[in-house]
Design a binder for this molecule. Structure first.
Ligand code: SF4
Ligand code: SF4
Length: 211
């Protein structure tokens, strides 16, 4: 019986159900046969986090910003004698860097806030464990993931060069190039008016005062 109280054709629902089954049976399956067939993941997929230990300065930003508090860092200070310097310098040495992937929610904040590019996403996702405690990856294990980090995407050819590239190009061109680049800039008058700050050729034509 339908919702409005009318009695439908007997067996209509059964026929409709069989029609859906028949249609699905004749369609091509879209199921991926994992693990027999590896999934084709986008290169920037969030699988696991890799650590480039040499870049880590133990600034603790990642551990402080992690919303799950699942990054554990220990370090100690070491004196470095610099020849010619009045005093020995100090540097942080990383003793422990663990991420607990049983707590991690893959938000990527730690990677975003790291100022030294020490943390990277890798699309590697096959690290499930029988024991949940084994999901605590230490710095050696996090370091091993670095070999699975894909190369960064190429720069936009139409984009501006980075500050570092521009400086390197200027240095390679020699000391005269920087001066030439400065003098080649259009002269800009700094006044309060936004129009007056544009180069002369870009300003709108000034109107003659009426006589
Ligand atoms: S991805 Fe998010 S939750 Fe996981 S370790 Fe980084 S900041 Fe913490
Ligand atoms: S933010 Fe980067 S440099 Fe700072 S402790 Fe974390 S991984 Fe190391």
């Amino acid at each position: 019986m339908s919702d409005d109280g009318e009695r439908g054709t007997p067996g209509k629902g059964l026929v409709q159900g069989l029609a859906v089954t028949l249609k699905t049976m004749t369609q091509r399956s879209t199921t991926q046969q994992y693990p027999d067939v590896e999934p084709d993941l986008p290169p920037r997929s969030r699988g696991v986090i890799a650590l480039l230990e040499e870049n880590c300065t133990v600034c603790m930003l990642c551990a402080r910003e992690c919303p799950d508090w699942c990054i554990y860092i220990d370090s100690h200070k070491e004196e470095v004698v610099v020849p010619g310097a009045a005093r020995a310098r100090q540097r942080n040495v990383l003793d422990r860097f663990d991420i607990d992937f049983s707590l991690c929610m893959y938000c990527g904040i730690c990677i975003e806030v790291c100022p030294f590019d020490a943390l990277h996403w890798t699309p590697e996702f096959e690290y499930s464990e029988v024991d949940v405690l084994d999901l605590l990856h230490d710095k050696d294990r996090l370091g091993e993931w670095m070999r699975t980090v894909p190369p960064p995407p190429a720069h936009d050819v139409l984009g501006e060069p980075s500050k570092e590239e521009a400086t390197a190009e200027r240095k390679a061109a020699g000391p005269g190039a920087a001066t030439a680049a400065k003098t080649a800039r259009p002269s800009v008058r700094r006044t309060g008016s936004p129009t007056a700050q544009r180069p002369a050729e870009q300003r709108p034509a000034e109107q003659e005062p009426e006589k």
